[in-house]
Design a protein around this ligand. Structure first.
Ligand code: ATP
Ligand code: MG
Length: 411
């Protein structure tokens, strides 16, 4: 791809309201552009990364026999009346009316719609289990939209809903998706801590959150300095210095970004919305449900936060928008452009390559390249007359002068 045609509007200064590093960088690197408070346009570079994350999410779901569907963003009031959430949800729910004065909302989540979609079908235990997911834009009128994609009012989520005949089967799927989530985030370059957000009450539903440990996180995690105990402080009530409830260790506190969560819903929606099936004994039972969310756009933001310095990003290999960035420094020099073009054509056969064909000064090109964060860089400078170019590996920081013929082998 030619950089001149990609539309990468890099900025010298971050927008005034950008408080955290990732938000500043995403704006400066031309990944996103704010349209309104908490509402963003994903520019071509940012959109490419989102698609990479979505590919990973789809891959890890599909191989675990989940199937993808797509539900509407606009949801009718009657379904929300059935679940009781039309009145429960409060001002975060974006409500609207059609021309006939009927009430709708913009979906913040899809338990109602999915239950409505499957309830006629799952009339027997023979139709269970079932696992359905979508990747879709969600709407929540957050009180304090902030930190760019971290807390948006419009954001992209993956939501999975599973349906079961027994607690045992729900547990099996819950554990399976826990592993899937850890794998997904690792492939996105993120190590996550699984943090219990159990209410702890008898009959309370089990839930876990996936946290990226980071100073800019909005959640506080109480975790054991010795064992595996970790819980959201909101639920554990434990503070730094307290004794661990599970072992001899001591509780520590840290900040985390919640990139995903999984939840055993039980029969909350199947009972209220009448999703019953005939079990093996011929009895009518409400179907058991699980729901599992990943903030796709928040994951993108967390990856930038974890893999960057103040001067720019270094993309994790599986989600990088391009693998190689070619920088011909003198675009008006014939030999430079000839070499740049031949390397571009050769590498493009098997890699995603971006070439900075703009007639900008070298300083501008370097600064933008640092910001954009593509891991492998080929600089075509004055040594091109001796058949050499510079090769920079941004993961290691190593920079070498290499023969043009050697380039392919290095990538
Ligand atoms: P939070 O506590 O951060 O508000 P939540 O518990 O409301 O999150 P869920 O309803 O479980 O979140 O949504 C699933 C996932 O969607 C979250 O784990 C998070 O990654 C993402 N998410 C939730 N709200 C937002 C938002 N306003 N902007 C971007 N991503 C969000
Ligand atoms: Mg929320």
């Amino acid at each position: 791809m030619k950089q001149s045609l990609l539309f990468v509007p890099t900025l010298k200064d971050a927008p005034k309201d950008a408080e955290v590093k990732s938000h500043k960088l995403m704006a400066r690197a031309g990944l996103i552009k704010q349209t309104a408070a908490g509402i963003y346009t994903y520019l071509p570079l940012g959109h490419r990364v989102m698609k990479k994350i979505e590919t990973i999410v789809r891959d890890e779901h599909d191989k675990r026999e989940c199937s993808e569907l797509l539900m509407p963003a606009i949801q009718p009031r009657d379904l929300w009346e059935e679940s009781g959430r039309w009145s429960e949800y409060g001002p975060e729910l974006m409500r609207l009316k059609d021309r006939k004065d009927r009430d709708f909302c913009l979906g913040p989540t899809h338990e109602e719609v999915i239950t409505h979609a499957v309830r006629d079908y799952i009339n027997s235990y023979k139709k269970l289990p079932l696992a359905l997911y979508q990747i879709q834009t969600k709407y929540r009128d957050e009180l304090r939209p902030r930190f760019g994609l971290m807390r948006g009012r419009e954001f992209v989520m993956k939501d999975l809903y599973t349906f079961h005949e027994s607690d045992e089967d729900l547990n099996t799927w819950y554990e399976k998706m826990k592993v899937a989530y850890t794998d997904i985030f690792r492939r996105c370059g993120l190590e996550t801590k699984i943090v219990s957000s159990d209410t702890g009450q008898i009959g309370g539903k089990e839930a876990d959150e996936f946290m990226v440990m980071s100073e800019v996180g909005e959640d506080t995690i109480s975790y054991c300095d010795q064992g595996s105990y970790a819980a959201n402080k909101e639920f554990s009530g434990l503070s730094a210095g307290d004794k661990c409830p599970e072992c001899e260790g001591t509780i520590k506190e840290a900040k985390g970004i919640e990139v995903g969560n999984i939840f055993k819903l039980g029969t909350k929606y199947s009972e209220s919305m009448n999703a019953y099936f005939t079990d093996r004994e011929g009895k009518q039972k409400p179907v058991l449900m699980g729901c599992y969310g990943i903030g796709i756009s928040r994951t993108l933001m967390a990856a930038v936060e974890q893999h960057s310095s103040d001067n720019g990003i270094v993309w994790p290999s599986e989600i990088t928008p391009f693998k190689v960035h070619i920088l011909p420094l003198k675009t008006n020099d014939e030999l430079t452009m000839e070499v740049a073009d031949s390397i571009y054509k050769e590498l493009s056969k098997t890699n995603e390559v971006l070439i900075d064909d703009r007639g900008e000064r070298p300083g501008v090109k370097f600064k933008d390249a640092d910001l954009i964060g593509i891991p492998y860089r080929i600089i075509i400078g004055k040594d091109v007359s001796e058949g050499k170019v510079e090769f920079l590996n941004r993961y290691t920081g190593e920079k070498n002068l290499v023969n043009i013929a050697e380039i392919s082998g290095l990538i």
